[in-house]
Design a protein around this ligand. Structure first.
Ligand code: HEM
Length: 139
C-alpha cells in the first residue's frame, strides 16, 4: 500500500467508525445475503459482535503503516477464526460485504481511489489471515 492509500483508508474509516452499529448491521446483512450458510457460525449477540469487529478494524486500520506490528495480532485473530468454523474461502465474501458496507456508509465519498485503497488494505489483512490459517492447518 502507498502512504496515500493508507491515509485514504484511515480517513474513510474514521467516518465509518463513528457509526459502528449502522456499519456492522449493513455488513452482516450483506454478508448473509451473499453467503447465507455463514449465518450459523455466529452464535453470540450480533450487536456485541459488530462492535468487536469495528473496534478491531479500527486498530488494524490505524496500524497499517507499521505492518510488522499488526501481523502477529492478525495471525492470532486468524487462528481463533479456525475455531469459529471459518474457512479460507470465506474471506472473499467477507471482503465484498465489508467494502459494500463502507461504500454504503460513505456514499459519494467512496471514490474510486478510496475503493482501490480499501481493496489493497483488505488484501493485505486477508492475506496474512489466510496464510496463518493454512499454516495452522498444516501443523
Ligand atoms: C478482516 C477480517 C476479519 C476481522 C478483522 C474479524 C474480526 C473478528 C473479531 C474481532 C471477532 C471477535 C472474537 C475474536 O476477537 O476472536 C470475530 C469473531 C468471529 N468472526 Fe471474524 N473477522 C474477520 C474475518 C472473518 C471471516 C472471513 C469470517 C467468516 C464468515 C468471520 C466470522 C467470524 C465468526 C463466526 C466469529 C465468532 C462469532 C461468535 O462467536 O458468535 N470473520 N471476528
Amino acid at each position: 500500500m502507498t502512504p496515500a492509500q493508507i491515509e485514504l483508508v484511515q480517513n474513510s474509516f474514521t467516518l465509518v467508525a463513528r457509526q459502528p452499529d449502522e456499519t456492522a448491521a449493513l455488513f452482516y446483512r450483506r454478508l448473509f445475503e451473499i453467503d447465507p450458510s455463514r449465518k450459523a457460525l455466529f452464535k453470540g449477540d450480533m450487536k456485541r459482535q459488530g462492535k468487536m469487529l469495528i473496534d478491531t478494524l479500527n486498530i488494524i486500520v490505524n496500524q497499517l503503516h507499521t505492518e510488522s506490528t499488526v501481523q502477529p495480532a492478525l495471525e492470532a485473530l486468524a487462528r481463533r477464526h479456525i475455531a469459529y468454523g471459518v474457512e479460507v474461502k470465506d474471506f472473499t465474501s467477507v471482503g465484498t460485504a465489508l467494502l459494500w458496507a463502507i461504500e454504503a456508509m460513505l456514499g459519494p465519498g467512496f471514490t474510486i481511489e478510496t475503493r482501490k485503497a480499501w481493496m489493497a488494505a483488505y488484501s493485505f489483512v486477508a492475506g496474512i489471515m489466510r496464510e496463518a490459517m493454512r499454516n495452522a492447518a498444516r501443523h
